[in-house]
Design a protein around this ligand. Structure first.
Ligand code: MG
Length: 343
């Protein structure tokens, strides 16, 4: 199954947030093979990642055997090593790798989850991110048994303000809803510990990305001093880096983003490492098909995070209903894109 053509697009996405996720964000990769199949993947890195694909990865992979997914991953990593390893180049590789996995499953004529494992869950629980405390309090859980709140301090907010808003949601929704919190890499160790102290008794499931991803010394302190389990990894790249987080127990829950961390080849390795080190793997935006197939096939404790609702050019993406999401029937990732990628 020789690769005939690799293309990268940045489809117009009007509802996308006005931040780096638009200018350097989501990117669609399509790969055509000589036997007439097309694989789809979504990476990150926008125009910069497209340049990596158009000038380096695409020309090198064209004419290669698409079935050697892991071998092609190693080749892509090597050919971008001088400027890659983390960030934009790995985001580019992620999109190509996902498209190769889509082709692998399409060639087998199976939904991708069934290529990954023999015991596939058709439906898994989901949690919602990105809704305000007021919306949760006023409109209720909308069927979600788990949800995530912001723990970041905006403007003149104090530690007490953050604690108060989480406590208000807990009081409104009661003890049966699973609550988690996310600080988007915006705090330091002392502030994290003060917030955790203020949230004593709130039963917060995890404290996500309190510190910048590279502050491993700070994460070691939190491992030893924070009473709330630490989650993170959506801004980490490659299974090798995740192994450090697990081996040193810097995170209790790791959250790889399959569209950024190196694709499904790396996510499969991260699940294997999670089993080896006893670390929970809970992929970032896991309800998107790019991670959902792995969650349904490989995850012993599945919980799929809500995804990017604005990415409307991915067609047939399953929706969360009553706090659960089910795999669709299609082969591969089971999705189409607008105009075969020409969007
Ligand atoms: Mg997060």
């Amino acid at each position: 199954m020789k690769i005939e053509d690799i293309r990268a697009f940045q489809p117009a996405t009007p509802g996308s947030p006005k931040d780096w996720r638009t200018s350097l964000g989501q990117m669609l990769v399509t790969i055509d093979t000589e036997d007439g199949l097309t694989g789809y993947g979504v990476g990150g890195g926008g125009q910069a990642a497209m340049h990596v694909i158009e000038t380096v990865v695409g020309p090198a992979l064209t004419g290669q055997d698409a079935t050697d997914v892991e071998g092609l991953w190693d080749a892509m990593y090597s050919m971008t090593l001088a400027y890659g390893r983390k960030g934009l180049a790995i985001m580019a590789i992620s999109g190509v790798d996902l498209a190769l996995w889509d082709l692998r499953a399409k060639r087998a004529n199976l939904p991708l989850a069934h290529v990954l494992g023999d015991h596939v869950r058709g439906t898994v629980p989901a949690y919602r991110t990105g809704r305000s405390p007021e919306a949760w309090i006023n409109e209720g859980t909308e069927g979600f048994a788990a949800l995530k709140l912001s723990l970041a301090m905006s403007g003149n907010e104090s530690v007490g303000d953050v604690v108060k808003r989480v406590r208000r949601v807990r009081e409104a929704l009661g003890p049966d809803v699973q609550l988690m919190g996310d600080a988007f890499m915006s705090l330091d160790v002392e502030t994290t510990l003060r917030i955790a102290d203020g949230l004593c008794g709130v039963d917060l499931g995890w404290f996500e990305e309190p510190l910048p991803a590279d502050d491993l010394t700070g994460y070691a302190r939190l491992r030893d001093e924070c009473p709330i389990p630490i989650a993170g990894g959506e801004h980490e790249y490659t299974a090798k880096a995740f192994e450090t987080l697990m081996a040193d127990r810097l995170h209790s829950i790791v959250q790889p983003d399959v569209c950024w961390c190196g694709g499904l080849t790396e996510l499969v390795k991260i699940y294997r490492l999670g089993k080896q080190y006893g670390t929970r793997v809970c992929p970032h935006r896991g309800s998107e098909v790019w991670s959902l197939h792995a969650i349904c096939a490989l995850d012993p404790d599945p919980l799929a995070e809500s995804g990017r609702e604005w990415m409307t050019w991915v067609k047939d993406q399953p929706k969360i209903v009553d706090g659960e999401i089910s795999l669709g029937p299609g082969v591969g990732f089971g999705v189409r894109v607008d105009s075969d990628g020409d969007v």
